[in-house]
Design a protein around this ligand. Structure first.
Ligand code: HEC
Length: 206
């Protein structure tokens, strides 16, 4: 009999704890937006800006990443207009530099201020690329042999440049960060990353 009381007490305790986490003591449900805002009140002003959603992020939150076609088309057009191309028209740089950028997660973290080196692309956090690299994330598709499988076609090279610069120009509510449009990476860095993914002699395609 005593064991039953213990179970009831435990269940009651757990429910109270759950209620506390889901609801504030003042009885107000907390939205994700509120929680984020309230967590960063002492962040530097240039960080505060990052807490404000832009039009595309608002649309994707509102429609749970599936906006109706006319709205999705407007997002694609707006995001495409942000893409800047290299002045010399060459979309591929040096894959060796691109390899280092793909491996680097430097930039934007608390410990990266003030900046001491260039931002990285952090591609391995989400993608498989070189088959000899054992550690990679799987949020994005594998990019193994990406260039080879696409016959190194010019249109595909351009698509990769655009994808890295601004993935929302291809998929309205993309899960990949906008590294060119957000000025996180420079045009030169993006060219090096394109070469890493698309050059025939890059380890991604060998
Ligand atoms: C935070 C995770 C994340 C990071 C970091 C990331 N990607 Fe992606 N990437 C994705 C996801 C997810 C997709 C699938 C489409 C989508 O939802 O955006 C994708 C799609 C792609 C595609 C298109 C693949 C296809 O379907 O043909 C390419 C090319 C690509 N990424 C290259 C890169 C490169 C190069 C980097 C590094 C500069 C990078 N990604 C960094 C998550 C990421």
């Amino acid at each position: 009999m005593r064991i039953h009381y213990a179970i009831i007490a435990l269940a009651a305790g757990l429910s109270l704890a759950a209620a506390y986490f889901l609801w504030r003591p003042e009885g107000r449900a907390v939205s994700v937006d509120d929680a984020i805002r309230e967590s960063w009140t002492r962040a530097a002003p240039d960080w505060q800006v990052r807490l404000v959603q832009d039009e595309t992020q608002k649309v994707c939150s509102t429609y749970r990443n599936a906006p109706p076609k006319p709205i999705a088309d407007a997002v694609l057009a707006r995001e495409r207009a942000m893409i800047q191309y290299p002045a010399d028209g060459k979309l591929m740089g040096d894959w060796r530099k691109g390899e280092r950028l793909a491996q680097s997660g430097y930039g934007g973290r608390f410990t990266d201020y003030p900046p001491r080196q260039e931002n990285g692309g952090n591609c391995y956090a989400c993608h498989q690329l070189d088959k000899t690299e054992l550690s990679f994330g799987t949020l994005g598709p594998s990019l193994l042999d990406y260039g080879k499988n696409r016959r190194y076609a010019d249109a595909e090279i351009r698509a990769v440049y655009e994808r890295i610069y601004n993935p929302h120009a291809a998929i309205p509510c993309a899960n990949m960060p906008r590294m060119g449009a957000s000025k996180f990476l420079t045009i030169e860095q993006i060219k090096d990353l394109v070469a890493y993914v698309m050059a025939p002699d890059s380890p991604v395609n060998r």
